[in-house]
Every structure is written in structure tokens, then in C-alpha cells.
Design a protein around this ligand. Structure first.
Ligand SMILES: O=C1O[C@H](COP(=O)(O)O)[C@@H](O)[C@H](O)[C@H]1O
Length: 254
């Protein structure tokens, strides 16, 4: 059942990061108590450093049965500073014990169309389904234009209803070639968590969460039909919100 959206505001990025890590750990525990693995989709951008700092600090975190994918990825070599996989390799994967074969990455040597098909095939094999894979948890960011994954405002990919993953060659944010989960995949997840921090996100956060003129922005189209939806934000990002939010005390669990 859709449990309703929870907007949770933190005094600092450090406190947000700590709660995010606890949330990932608790949903992993839940998934592993009933199933063989915990599937987690990662995004890039500012999320990388927040997660990489706080997740390894969770006591007794056992990631041996995690299955990690990417909500979107830039089509650049893993050594390029724009590569999300490369950043997580350098900042996180060396600190937690996810088996290498359980990290599903794109093949950046392929042309973008084939790369998306190849990555969709990897998801299909790992989830053992030709249908939309159901991730236990997806961690998303939101750009200052309201994009999430590599789904940008007014882009035709917002209408995609069949494919799990799609290529994009005209990303308005560089690099232009990327591979992204589509909205049906995002909205099929059991738990979706947005992380948005900093005052530069305040106007768009208000528009996404409280509505505004024009067509709905990509981040506003994320509404998991059967899952939980969290927005974890810091005070500067939340500065313009007027709708009710939660402000948990230190150490509170979600
Ligand atoms: O380009 C991207 O941007 C979004 C948002 O990043 P942020 O730095 O503003 O948090 C990110 O979620 C996505 O994965 C990335 O490819």
C-alpha cells in the first residue's frame, strides 16, 4: 500500500545523512528478513558524498546480500569524474562489502542505445523478470530544474511507459549521453527516498512538493504506487515550504 509521502527536515546535512544511512540499513534488514537479497538503486550528484560518508558508519552493516544498481548513469569512462559508478567505487564500495558481481553497472564502451539495452538486460537477469524490476529501495536526487534520475523537464522520456531503462542523448545537463531508469521503474519500487539539500533547491522543492504553474516536473511525477516515498531535506532547502513537514529529534528513526 502507498503509505503517503513523508517530508522530513533536518538541521544539517550530517544529521540528514545519518538518518538516511539508518533508513537504508532498516529497509535492508526488512528485505533480507523475508527475501534473499536487498536491491538498492543509487543516484549520483550530491548524494554520493552524503551516502559515502554515513553508510560505512552504520554498525555491523552486512552488505553481502545487497544488489546494487544505478538509477541513472552518465556515458563516460569509469575513470571520468562525471562517472557515478566511478565516484561510488572511489568513495563507498571499498568501505562496504558488496560483492563485485552484485553491483550492476552500465558498460560505458557501448553506444548509448546499446548501453541502455545492455543495462536493462542486466536488471532483467538479476531480477529474473522480463517485467519492470521492483527495487526494494531507490535513492534519488533532484536537480535545480526539477529533474530526477536523467529525466528532465518537458523531455519525451517522461512519457515512456514500456521500457525499464532508456537512453538519453540530449541531456540538458552535461554530459549529454546518459542511461536512466524510466518512471515506471522508479514508481514500482518499494521505497523511494529523495535527498535534497542547500538553499539553491528551495524554490524548486516548493514547486515540486506544493505545486506550481505548468506541467508537473519530473521529480513531482515520482509517486510509487505500492511503496513508501520520503523526501529528506535540510533546513535551507525547506526554507520556502508551507505544507506540513516532520522535524525529528536527534537519533530518531524513520
Ligand atoms: O545529473 C544528475 O543530477 C541529479 C541531481 O544531482 P544533485 O547534485 O543536484 O543532487 C542526480 O540525482 C542524478 O543522479 C545525476 O545524474
Amino acid at each position: 500500500m502507498m503509505s503517503g509521502r513523508r517530508v522530513v527536515v533536518f538541521p544539517s546535512v550530517a544529521e540528514l545523512g545519518c538518518t538516511l544511512a539508518q533508513l537504508v540499513s532498516s529497509r535492508a534488514e526488512k528485505a533480507l528478513s523475508t527475501g534473499a537479497s536487498f536491491s538498492l538503486g543509487l543516484s549520483g550528484g550530491s548524494l554520493v558524498s552524503i551516502l559515502s560518508k554515513e553508510l560505512p558508519a552504520v554498525p555491523n552493516l552486512d552488505c553481502s546480500r545487497w544488489l546494487v544498481g544505478f538509477c541513472d548513469e552518465r556515458l563516460v569512462p569509469f575513470t571520468d569524474p562525471e562517472s557515478t559508478y566511478g565516484l561510488y567505487m572511489n568513495q563507498l564500495f571499498g568501505k562496504i562489502n558488496i560483492p563485485e558481481e552484485r553491483i550492476l553497472a552500465i558498460d560505458p564502451c557501448l553506444p548509448v542505445q546499446e548501453c541502455a539495452e545492455d543495462y536493462a538486460g542486466k536488471l532483467s537477469k538479476a531480477f529474473n523478470t522480463e517485467q519492470i524490476p521492483v527495487f526494494d529501495m531507490l535513492l534519488l536526487g533532484m536537480g535545480p530544474d526539477g529533474h530526477t534520475c536523467s529525466l528532465f523537464p518537458d523531455h519525451p522520456l517522461l512519457q515512456e511507459s514500456q521500457r525499464t531503462v532508456a537512453p538519453i542523448s540530449d541531456s540538458p545537463k552535461p554530459p549529454p549521453q546518459r542511461v536512466t531508469m524510466t518512471l515506471p521503474t522508479v514508481n514500482a519500487a518499494r521505497c523511494v527516498v529523495f535527498v535534497s539539500t542547500g538553499g539553491s533547491k528551495a524554490p524548486i522543492l516548493k514547486q515540486v512538493l506544493e505545486g506550481g504553474e505548468g506541467p508537473a516536473l519530473p521529480a513531482a511525477l515520482v509517486a510509487p504506487g505500492q511503496g513508501e516515498l520520503f523526501w529528506l531535506v535540510d533546513e535551507p532547502a525547506a526554507a520556502s515550504l508551507t505544507a506540513p513537514v516532520e522535524r525529528p529529534g536527534p537519533g530518531a528513526k524513520l
